[in-house]
Design a protein around this ligand. Structure first.
Ligand code: ZN
Length: 206
């Protein structure tokens, strides 16, 4: 098992010392360039994917990287307040919605586990995927569950990009080229990242 305190000590003695100037420069201000909306999944590591240091990325992590649309913004204020802060106060230049392979949230939406009722909060949260999940089941009725889940992971990224555009401040900044919206799908095992191309309406491998 990981020794948490040993890790903290190592951070203090190695990582902090090696990057002392950086940490000191961040002590009173953050100016992240990017808001990363990713799944809570432990295998998705934004700093590694973007080769980034502390101070560069503002994070929102939730199950299945969901952005509730503007009409739902009060109900899900934990997510929407972080978006508001990133855009209005931190003035981020990019927002990334990053889906990933083998996403438990998407898989559970396609094929709810028997004990889903024992997870009341998770059920409420992933019920936001219901419409998309039904769409996938209609499109791919005979495919395996894993294929359907993969399709949902990608459709979900596209949906969350359009949910972002339901916020007036985001729409306004995108139209003025002050903000870019990016949809990614990260395949964990092989490190392949596919980028959503709006003109082609498909994901293209990087
Ligand atoms: Zn996930």
């Amino acid at each position: 098992m990981k020794n948490l305190y040993k890790a903290l000590k190592q951070f203090k003695e190695q990582d902090y010392k090696e990057n002392k100037d950086l940490y000191e420069s961040l002590s009173e201000v953050q100016t992240p360039h990017t808001l990363f909306v990713g799944c809570s999944d432990s295998r998705v590591s934004p700093e590694r994917l973007l080769q980034a240091y502390p101070g560069e990325i503002f994070h929102i992590r939730n199950i299945a990287n969901i952005v509730p649309p503007a009409g739902q913004s009060v109900k899900y204020a934990s997510t929407t307040s972080a978006i508001e802060y990133a855009v209005e106060v931190l003035n981020v230049k990019n927002i990334i919605i990053c889906g990933h392979s083998n996403c438990g949230g998407c898989a559970a939406s396609i094929n709810p586990p028997e004990n889903i009722e024992e997870l009341p909060y998770t059920s409420i949260w992933i019920s936001q995927l219901e419409g998309l999940s039904q769409q996938v089941s209609k499109e791919l009725p005979d495919e395996k569950k894993t294929v359907k889940a993969n399709r949902l992971e990608k459709l979900n990224v596209i949906q969350q990009l359009s949910n972002l555009m339901t916020y007036e401040n985001i729409r306004d900044r995108v139209e003025k080229n002050q903000l870019t919206l990016n949809g990614w799908h990260y395949s964990i095992g092989d490190g392949v990242i596919s980028i959503f191309n709006e003109e082609e309406n498909e994901f293209i491998e990087l």
